[in-house]
Design a protein around this ligand. Sequence first.
Ligand SMILES: Cc1cc2nc3c(=O)[nH]c(=O)nc-3n(C[C@H](O)[C@H](O)[C@H](O)COP(=O)(O)OP(=O)(O)OC[C@H]3O[C@@H](n4cnc5c(N)ncnc54)[C@H](O)[C@@H]3O)c2cc1C
Length: 502
Amino acid sequence: MPASRRKFIKSLSAGAVLLAIPSVIGGQERSSKPVASAAAAGQSYPDFDVIVVGAGASGFPAAMAAARNGANVALLEEDQVPGGAPVDMYVTYLCGGPVAGFYKDFITELSNYHTLGGVPSATFNPVAGKDSSGARWWQPSSYVQVIKQIIDNHNSSNAAQITLICNARVTGVIVDGQVDGKSRVRGVQAVIDDAAATINGKVVIDATGIGEVAEKAGCEVMFGVDAMSDFNEPIGSDTAQQKIMPCTWMFITHRSRKGGVLPFFAGNSDSGAKLLYGGCIEDREGWIEDASYIARDSGTYAHWGIGLNGVDTRNTADVGRAQSEMFKKITDRGDLDLIRSAGFEIEFAPKIGIRECRRIRGEFVMTVNELGIVGTPYYNDGFVPHDMIAEASYYIDAWGMDPPIDDVYKKTTPYGIPYRSLIPLHVEGLLTAGRIISGTHLAMSSYRVQPIAASIGYGAGTAAAMAALNYDGVVRSVDGAALKQKLSGEGFFSNRTVNENK
Ligand SMILES: Cc1cc2nc3c(=O)[nH]c(=O)nc-3n(C[C@H](O)[C@H](O)[C@H](O)COP(=O)(O)OP(=O)(O)OC[C@H]3O[C@@H](n4cnc5c(N)ncnc54)[C@H](O)[C@@H]3O)c2cc1C
């Protein structure tokens, strides 16, 4: 085993050694600890300190952070494997930054041992999250493998465990009493392997990307485009619109016939360059913008396959209808036959890509003012709140915005995300993580990207452990300034130079 790999694995673990051999039981991934056996039988579960719902871009880091800080964690995922968007929607490409703390280690592991084409990139820069060519994507299966490996490594060396339960769809929350007039969440209801289950936890984190759990807990839901006047934003729409960013069904192609060349489609880019519909990236060389990719002779490509507006992503029936409509559109368009006849196989993502769903209103609402766009108070120095749990740097990337945002207003200054935006109004014992945290449509279009979602998740997990172990799960008792200081000490805010803003 190379020294750097050993070092990485070691850095993921500390403390007492407990053996927990992963096993597959009834199609679910579980730890082999006794709790898991009980779970497999559809019986009972122990009480957890922290329950994280959703093992995606923010949920996996949230679970890691909570466990590293001493909490016993249940990580519940409705899919058969963990990973979220990179795995079930094939959003395998990273945007934004900074790539910091735990996420930097995660990406470094992917880059060192899972580089597409089998050759680790000599120029990979973990801080930027890419190599000199701009390439930064990995196969969905690599994400699954690395996530599972990191969880197993943690569990084998630490008393505080992460119990990953897949095929576990959370359907509701347990609300028991009130704290300071707020409904107290104390666990979740779920369907696990087709059996109803109740799982108690001191803190629940909604990291579902769709905010369904928080809505069921009685949280205030925001959806669609806000009116500028709603949150005093200087740009945007005059009126609120029940309209969200389009869904996109991603796919990956692999060459299956020797000498096959991925075809170009003419005339679908503003510049007149010939791009594949929706755009696509090569394995190690980034975006395909001209025919030079043919000389590089790659064999695998990630495609922004086909988009659709007007999907109500809160409604699973509408999402299903959209998937059928997208399949018909892309088949009728002829893309699939063309790609196949060029000697490539097409793998559709298991789920269509949902860019936006519910946003959960919290104690603080992030707006473009905090993002520091031109003309706002934070433009020069950036928004650095006293309770900062994540640092973010990405431009305003609001697909389908009407009226469109002028380029000059898209650029943001690196900004901080406050703990308060993870604490939903009216509810106690619940935190949000990832793209559903409290912010406007335009603010969310910036911080929704994976490195930032991961940092938000890590902050949420750290806070949840502090609440569970010190304050019986009351998340408002966590001192935001202490949280910020702790995360800062762990290297989360060390790099304010990575700025992908446009
Ligand atoms: C088409 C598309 C393109 C994108 N392009 C990029 C890009 O190029 N770069 C980039 O960095 N980001 C990109 N993004 C954004 C990014 O992928 C997401 O915003 C990010 O993954 C959000 O993280 P999350 O943890 O909030 O949600 P997710 O990563 O979606 O994770 C949520 C998890 O919760 C699970 N879940 C949901 N409901 C339940 C339930 N009731 N019970 C149990 N589990 C549940 C889901 O199965 C999933 O695993 C793109 C997104 C889309 C859709």
